[in-house]
Design a protein around this ligand. Structure first.
Ligand code: NAP
Ligand code: HSE
Length: 434
């Protein structure tokens, strides 16, 4: 058997702690599968005195992850700290500078600095593994980079954030408030250190940026992504979606269109009968449309310590076996800047919830404004809040449109607002039909 592969693990939180346990549990199997023992030599975290359910006495302790990254005692630096900048970035750069392999679960770092880190890794002949950075335990990076090498990909989309899917699922099935569901997701270790990254859609955008680069051979461009989070989704929207035959999911979508590469993250109405609507809880799902394979969907746990550690171990095993592929599947110089398709060119159906003053002619005026922009309505429903008297206040009016453009919807809503029947800003949710 070859010499052991020596690891330095920085970050002993949800993922780091699970990784140490998984490496212990699978030590013999991994040695057999890769031909080398995987040996953790040293670890680093912020607070050495923290009580952890781990036997750390076996490992050298580094209070500085950058020093650990440069240690001659390790071959692979495993970064499980998080954050696009700061110590995580400094340590990853330090390891790559030394020509050491790096494995990370840090999508924020990859989305912001992936191009630079990929070039650095390439110039030093070092491996850069980030399977755990997208969709937790789902092997989506390897699938796009290696398994689909013979395909031309036209679209990649899916549920990429476990926290948001957990919140939306729990709100619907348990009728719990947004805040209660978020607190549960945090307690279960799904959420980011700053959960606004999850609920604001930015974590999904970081992951989508990585998938777009792999799918289309483009440079990572998180700033090209139109991002909306789930903070504004109410139980009323979730109930209305159910009644109308839809479910609300936070989707990340990257598609090659005539106008360029469209990248968007937003709450989306998906038909209740669709496969993606059945994906509940912390589960993620990624669908790839490609010419040879047609449609491929991977479904699995999108967050959580063990599921994510499984992906970290996959990268470590590749390094132990000596497998070395370009981080983004192409020489870094071959990645091209993406031609960005403006969101205004997006075409699809829309759910629009309006809070309308209960006056004669209001619904007719809204329908007229839509018709003036050639927007065809699939349905228009006016509701009364329970116990309310006619004319007492604003009532919800829900429109579902047939396919139209983002530009026309924006123009029509501007006219509707100008008519003075609307009490609150409209809630607009795009519809994605498979
Ligand atoms: P976490 O539970 O917050 O753990 C972060 C770890 O980093 C902690 O052990 C912390 O030390 C350590 N740390 C923070 N600042 C440090 C510093 N300056 N020096 C040394 N260590 C420092 O985070 P996590 O959920 O495990 O996530 C880690 C990474 O995996 C992130 O990039 C995250 O986006 C990614 N990820 C997470 C999941 C998930 O389900 N949680 C899934 C996929 C990817 P202390 O323990 O001493 O505080
Ligand atoms: N906070 C992330 C999520 C962790 O909820 O999906 C996995 O990347």
């Amino acid at each position: 058997m070859s010499s052991p592969l020596r690891l330095g693990v920085a970050g002993l939180g949800t993922v780091g702690a699970a990784l140490l346990k998984l490496l212990d549990r699978q030590a013999n199997a991994l040695a057999e599968r890769t031909g080398r023992r995987i040996a953790v030599m040293a670890v680093s975290a912020r607070d050495r005195s923290k009580v952890r359910d781990l036997d750390l006495a076996r490992f050298e302790w580094f209070s500085d992850p950058v020093a650990l990254a440069g240690s001659p005692e390790i071959d692979v630096f495993v970064e499980l700290i998080g954050g696009a900048d700061g110590v995580a970035r400094a340590a990853v750069e330090a390891a790559l500078q030394e020509g050491k392999a790096v494995v990370t679960a840090n999508k924020a770092l990859l989305a912001k600095h992936g191009l630079h880190l990929g070039k650095l890794a390439e110039s030093k002949g070092a491996a850069l593994g980030f399977e755990a950075s997208v969709a937790g335990g789902i092997p989506i990076i390897k699938t796009l980079r290696e398994s689909l090498a013979g395909n031309s990909i036209s679209r990649v989309y899916g549920i990429l954030n476990g926290t948001c899917n957990y919140i939306l699922s729990r709100m619907e099935t348990e009728q719990l408030s947004f805040a209660q569901c978020l607190a549960e997701a945090q307690r279960l270790g799904y959420a980011e250190a700053d959960p606004s990254f999850d609920i604001g859609g930015y974590d999904t955008a970081h992951k989508l940026a990585i998938l777009t680069a792999l799918a289309f051979g483009t440079e990572i461009a998180p700033d090209s992504i139109a991002v909306e989070g789930i903070e504004q989704i109410t139980l009323a929207d979730i109930s209305a979606a159910a009644e109308l035959g839809y479910r609300i999911k936070l989707l990340g979508v990257a598609a090659r269109t005539a106008a360029g590469i469209e990248q968007r993250v937003h709450p989306t109405m998906v038909p209740r009968s669709s496969a993606i609507a059945q994906v509940m809880g912390v589960t993620n799902a990624v669908t790839i449309d490609a010419d040879a394979v047609q449609e491929l969907t991977l479904v699995g746990p999108g967050a959580g310590g063990m599921a994510t550690a499984s992906s970290v171990v996959a990268d470590i095993a590749d390094i132990a076996r000596g497998l070395h592929v370009p981080p983004f599947g192409l020489p870094m110089a071959s990645l091209t800047p993406p031609r960005r398709a403006a969101l205004q060119t997006h075409e699809g159906g829309y759910y629009i919830r309006l809070s309308v003053y209960d006056r004669p002619g209001a619904a007719a005026a809204i329908a007229t404004r839509m018709a003036e922009r050639t927007i065809s309505l699939e349905s228009i429903v006016q509701r009364r809040r329970p116990g309310e008297q006619k004319g007492a206040s604003a009532v919800p009016v829900i429109l579902i449109t047939h396919a139209t453009s983002e530009k026309l919807i924006g123009e029509a809503l501007k006219d509707v607002l100008a008519d003075g029947f609307i009490a609150e800003p409209p809630q607009v949710i795009r519809i994605e039909r498979e």
